[in-house]
Design a protein around this ligand. Sequence first.
Ligand code: ZN
Length: 395
Amino acid sequence: MRTLNPARPVAQALAIKDGLILDLGSNEEILGLANEYTRVIDLEGLTLMPGFVDPHTHLIFAGQREFELPMKQSGASYLEILASGGGILNTVRATRNASREELVMAATARLDRMLAFGTTTAEAKSGYGLDKDTELKSLEAIAELAKTHTVELVPTFLGAHAVPEEYKGAPDDYIEFVISDVLPEVAARKLAEFCDIFCEKGVFSVDNSRKLLSAAQKAGLGLRIHSDEIVRLGGTALAVELGAVSASHLMQTSDQEFEGMAERGVIAELLPATPFALMEKEYPRARAMIEAGVPVALSTDLNPNCWTESMQFVIALAAYNMKLHPSEALAAATRNAAFAINRADTVGSLEVGKQADVLVLDAKNHLTIPYHFGVNLIETVIKKGKIVLGEKNLP
Ligand SMILES: [Zn+2]
């Protein structure tokens, strides 16, 4: 059963050995484990916490769309920008024209920033190809980055992110193409652990979502869905029906659907940077979800329309705009986020036997993390027991 466990101080000190957390306890207990080869680091006055897990990123894309900001300021909606040839289809053209190496290079810069802001594990989606070659190229880029970059990656196939221009007005045909031509190769080459779809009015219907996700499930992939961002179509109910690991956005989701999610353990992936970037006043009803027993995870939704690599910023947005208690927001950005990408056995909390993915923050306590916002509080990042960033900040 996946539940939201508010983060709480667990120990004064921790011991790391062979990349794993060996023990947690009082200073005396942990110092008692040291021998002549042990490096002892005094972090008095700083906060230690598990590395952030970002369970929803559109990591692979080419180009950028800063020119849309003034359009948004003058009141153009996401669907209007999309209809005028901007938005996602603009990024699709740039991504199709980019080589795999160019995609890897652009994503490396993003992953470097994610790591600098404390993200040690992240999900990464394809979805700006919308043709077979570019979707495969994007997933190959993720596979390469998973081998070369410190940030641990979990790949998701999002071939059904939008209807490409070649299939304009024919989403059914596009879904058939994805199911018959692209998904089998993604599954056979094990290029993705999850399949995702953008279930939204004017994009993919609930029927199309059911077709693709059912096929993906048969092919052995886990399921995720973008649902209820703009219009409540029934994508969240579908997530419950199919036992998806997570449903994301959930701006319009009903109380009844929250109950279904709580019963089935479908994790709500909340992406507060998205309404922020769209200049919307409404945020997902996180408090109602938590009260209904829905496990809540937080994510950046990093993409060309909402470009942030900072889970610290997302935590601040969650605290100020969705009224998540700092401890709830931290649990949502670590432990629950790890559940949302099937990595809860290894990352997402400081527990004996888990990977030593540890952050050292210049924060007096966990309440300080959303309280002192708009800055990077990270002093040091440890991944699998190795200091990968900020060695010089240690005493
Ligand atoms: Zn998304």
